[in-house]
Ligand binder design. Sequence first.
Ligand SMILES: Cc1cc2nc3c(=O)[nH]c(=O)nc-3n(C[C@H](O)[C@H](O)[C@H](O)COP(=O)(O)OP(=O)(O)OC[C@H]3O[C@@H](n4cnc5c(N)ncnc54)[C@H](O)[C@@H]3O)c2cc1C
Length: 444
Amino acid sequence: MPLSPPPSTILITGSGVFGLSTALALTQNPTYARTRILLLDRSPFPAPDGASIDSSRIIRADYSDRAYAALASAAQRAWRETALGADGRYAESGLVLVAKRGELGEAYVRGSLENVRALDADHGAEEEVQELSDRESIEKVVGTGGGSGDWGYVNRGSGWADAEAGMRYLWQRVQDTGRVEFIHAEVTQLVREGKKKVIGVRVKDGSVLKADLVVLAAGAWTGGLVDLRGRATATGQVLTYVDLTAAEQERLSRMPVLLNMTTGLFIIPPKNRVLKVARHAYGYLNPTRIRDPDDRRRRSDGSLISVSLPRTAVDDPKLWVPREGEDACRAALREMIPWLADRPFARSRLCWYSDTPRGDFLITYHPEFENLFIATGGSGHGYKFLPVIGECIVKCISGECPEEFKDKWAWPKDPVEDVVTQDGSRGGRPGLILEQELRKGSRL
Ligand SMILES: Cc1cc2nc3c(=O)[nH]c(=O)nc-3n(C[C@H](O)[C@H](O)[C@H](O)COP(=O)(O)OP(=O)(O)OC[C@H]3O[C@@H](n4cnc5c(N)ncnc54)[C@H](O)[C@@H]3O)c2cc1C
């Protein structure tokens, strides 16, 4: 329930897209003009393993769901038309969205095509979208000598952002308000008064920071601070990077983003002579035994529960993606840009989604704990909303969640057995366990 009067202190855990944009939106909302705003992160900004920090993220309104398509379209306009997208932070390269006919992903692409056509008709930009009815026409538009899938479309109004640069820009805007206190500290648990009332957080050195409202926006780590089992889980996604020469980058400078919704594999045009090949998939789980953060069952075993939590290069600097994932990226590179087929991957990364069963964000008050708000569940598609999601989150904090997202972002009453995102956009196999896949083979 929204607090009345407005909280005198709001503490946000996590300075990714969800946390940082919330901080900015709070500074812009007169209701919170007198509120002290604290923004905590376990890493100095920009968090090297945060989902929001990377060389690139796709910016598209190409969604099979109408509400997300409309919100993404508003975000896309901000990327295109405001300073956020200037100075190379946003590139409208076009997006080729494909699938294999009759297989997983085709329905998503068809729904998405319908939605972007309707959005473009509203804006008088019908010519931006063109259906690609066979592999030949896909390859022609991609222009790299390769392609993927056998049906899809190109949307010339979509593109990609330099993710880290976008976050740095927003961070500076937040700094410039002079309203937000950035604190480098790792939250270890919520602090409660009695069983239900959250009064702050405890950080790694044992000290306690108090607040009237705690917002958990810790991305894929959120499930370590509050029990999200059956509602959200961390899944590890595979990223690989190829170093290019200046001439090779130039050769690819006009390529669109290419995303195959059947396999989840995609390539984003290069920048700074680095090309990214990655997979939007069900991902790997990293089951971890932790103390029940909700502390409900007081058992002699210390109430241990198992949740999937991120394992990143910050925890383990030698971490390299499992062979299974690297092979999938290799196959994509071979297919999509054949002349780079055997170029070694210079780097790889596991990046963690906060996944929910339907790919909906989780932006809601916790139903049991007072003064606790959750803003996570990015489900692998949250970055593009950087210019608009903070305002949505603050509306939800104020009890004015946008009508079309009220149900989607609410706390699901019934947890599912295993969270597997079934929004029709994922490739790969569900349920892979990171440790097992690493044991089967990895470069390091
Ligand atoms: C590989 C990959 C590809 C993606 N591609 C796209 C794309 O093309 N387009 C798109 O729109 N979206 C994409 N996404 C999704 C998008 O990046 C995420 O939805 C979004 O960045 C999530 O933001 P967040 O703030 O929830 O999480 P994060 O950015 O992960 O932020 C969470 C923050 O919390 C901090 N934290 C964690 N635990 C603690 C703690 N205990 N105490 C203090 N701080 C803590 C972390 O350090 C981190 O900075 C992709 C994501 C990944 C991983």
